[in-house]
Design a protein around this ligand. Structure first.
Ligand code: GRG
Length: 311
């Protein structure tokens, strides 16, 4: 997949090559961590389809770039990225189910429950999220106590005070009138926390000190807000691999404050994310360039910023 084919940022070609290379390694490793049997049964196919059906791999690329930027050369970074992608894919399978968003299309294909049935979609999601933890615990070149912290970070990000609660709030309150603060809090839980976990895992892999890890957390939470705003702003567009208009009737920030203010807020969140990154990596660094390239691709109405990360 040409990860940045639509980006106009030719100047970032070297970084994009690096992101493309990470993307390719994640795809290949995911396929080998979820092996195809000789005669795959529908459950195996559902698991592999859910994890290997495309996806930008933004969270895993971020993890690898964030860790490399801190000097980590751990051979386990790709596997850590795969664990995060397995968890993310599990969340998408569940999110798409009839009892939640009832989506028909994901990553340009029929959703897992439509292809394989609701029973196999649930089982595939459970298989993926449990496999994510076993991939981390099997990484013997990372010290056991660091792996334990990573498992804890990822499970906290997904559990009762993470994606699960964010999704619960969205399902129960998403169609009621809410304050902008309440929507922002839900977005932190359902989207921000699965950006937070990979960058904190990156910091842990690199042996970064606590203040650095805290800055990475703050970066990821600003990024998560920007990402969810972008997802909401592009909801009605066709061609992004999902059912257009999925948010109709929902109290998203775009519905509440309008597209123009939502776009301003998105830029503000990206500025905050950049500031946290600069505190960790200094000016003009790979993670920031990756993020700006990603947003240029996600939202092609958003002009690719010419500015450097240090501004
Ligand atoms: C137990 C894993 C687990 C989850 C339970 C269902 C659920 C709770 C949470 C759903 C959270 C969710 C799907 C939030 C939306 C986040 C979002 C904007 C996803 C889109 O991410 P992209 O664009 O997707 O990175 P690709 O397809 O590129 O990977």
């Amino acid at each position: 997949m040409d990860l940045f084919s639509s980006s106009k940022q030719a100047a970032n070609a070297v970084l994009f090559d690096e992101a493309e290379a990470i993307h390719g390694r994640i795809e290949a490793r995911l396929a080998s961590l979820l092996p195809e049997t000789d005669n795959p049964d529908p459950l195996t196919q559902a698991v592999r389809d859910a994890a290997l059906s495309g996806g930008k791999r933004a969270r895993s690329i971020l993890l690898v770039l964030a860790a490399r930027g801190l000097g980590s050369r751990s051979s386990g970074l790709i596997d850590l990225g795969c664990a995060v992608e397995m968890m993310h894919s599990a969340s998408l399978v569940l999110d798409d189910m009839p009892c939640m968003d009832n989506a028909q299309l994901r990553r340009g294909r029929m959703t897992t429950h439509r292809r394989y049935g609701e029973d196999l979609a649930i089982l595939a999601a459970v298989a993926l999220l449990t496999r994510a933890f076993s991939v981390i615990s099997d990484l013997h070149d990372i010290p056991a106590e660091v792996r334990t912290r990573m498992v804890s970070e990822l499970s906290d990000a997904v559990g009762m005070e993470g994606l699960v609660r964010g999704q619960y709030q969205d399902l129960r309150e998403g169609r009621r009138s809410r304050s902008a603060g309440a929507v922002t809090a839900t977005n932190t839980l359902k989207t921000g926390r699965l950006f937070e976990a990979p960058v904190v895992m990156a910091g842990l892999a690199a042996g970064a000190p606590a203040p650095t890890i805290e800055s990475l957390r703050q970066f990821a939470l600003s990024l998560g807000q920007a990402f969810q705003l972008c997802d909401d702003l592009t909801d009605t567009r066709s061609g992004n691999g999902k059912d257009p208009g999925q948010d109709a009737g929902k109290a998203t920030l775009v519905a509440m404050i309008g597209a123009e203010r939502a776009r301003q807020r998105l830029e503000h969140c990206l500025g905050e994310a950049d500031a946290h990154l600069r505190a960790v990596y200094g000016p003009d660094q790979a993670v920031s360039r990756f993020i700006h390239g990603l947003f240029a691709r996600l939202d092609q109405d958003r002009p690719a910023p010419a500015r450097k990360a240090s501004h």
